[in-house]
Design a protein around this ligand. Structure first.
Ligand SMILES: C[S@@+](CC[C@H](N)C(=O)[O-])C[C@H]1O[C@@H](n2cnc3c(N)ncnc32)[C@H](O)[C@@H]1O
Length: 212
């Protein structure tokens, strides 16, 4: 543990450092609170960040939304790569994301980041459908949430939106079914990278006449 916030003495922050695309990221997790799976940086997130680095992905001028940000590591990198990024998660996770946004995004670029609550299947109506990119790392692991996640993706995407999803297909319950059966009903999905058990898919919404 590296520090304790004065405003909440029971809050223990654990900081880890990562480097992607020439940016040193200091990512803290709130260990003294119950954030469950959100209080970790998961491998699919790191694999997606490395993919952005290796492919020289540039989000400059692009409108990006991240689902299930957790610590915010992927969305924060997308801001540092030029994007105008909305990082989202359940409401109780937002303080951790905001902490990492402030710690990693210079004040001169912070206007390109927003942190907002988006619980899948409930809150997507509060968001527009004009995003260039949707990002989701390790968000496919809980089958009862799949219908809400699909409903959210359908709302947020137009046919020009590119979705990058990074999932652990071996460790996560239902992930194979989600990517091979459920998602392809309404989206085109292409496997673009694998690293161990982590698979990155590039996904686009089918035009209405393409659905079957
Ligand atoms: C395994 S963590 C992955 C976090 C991060 N993307 C990463 O790769 O490290 C899954 C994240 O999805 C969020 N999540 C799970 N179910 C959700 C739902 N129904 N609505 C919104 N977010 C959800 C969790 O709060 C958590 O932060």
């Amino acid at each position: 543990m590296t520090s304790t916030e004065d405003s909440n003495p029971s809050l223990e922050l654990e900081e880890k450092r990562y480097e992607f695309s020439g940016h040193l990221l200091k990512i803290s997790t709130f260990r003294g609170t119950y954030l469950g799976v959100s209080a970790f940086v998961w491998e699919p997130g790191l694999v997606l960040c490395r993919y952005f680095e290796n492919e020289n992905i540039d989000f400059t001028g692009k409108k990006v939304l991240e689902l299930g940000s957790g610590t915010g590591i992927v969305g924060i990198l997308a801001v540092l790569l030029g994007g105008d990024v909305t990082l989202t998660d359940k409401a109780y996770v937002l303080k951790q994301i905001e902490y990492n946004v402030v710690a990693n995004i210079p004040t001169t670029s912070r206007h390109r980041s927003k942190v907002r609550a988006l619980a899948w299947g409930n809150d997507q109506g509060n968001f527009s459908s004009d995003f260039d990119f949707i990002l989701g790392s390790d968000i496919v692991y809980n089958p009862p949430h799949f219908p809400g996640l699909l409903q959210t993706l359908l709302h947020l995407c137009n046919t020009k939106t590119t979705v990058y999803m990074s999932s652990n297909l071996k460790a996560r319950e239902g992930a194979v079914n989600f990517h091979e059966e459920l998602l392809p009903k309404q989206f085109n999905s292409e496997l673009i990278h694998t690293s161990g058990n982590n698979y990155i898919y590039k996904v686009t919404k089918k035009a209405p006449h393409d659905e079957h």
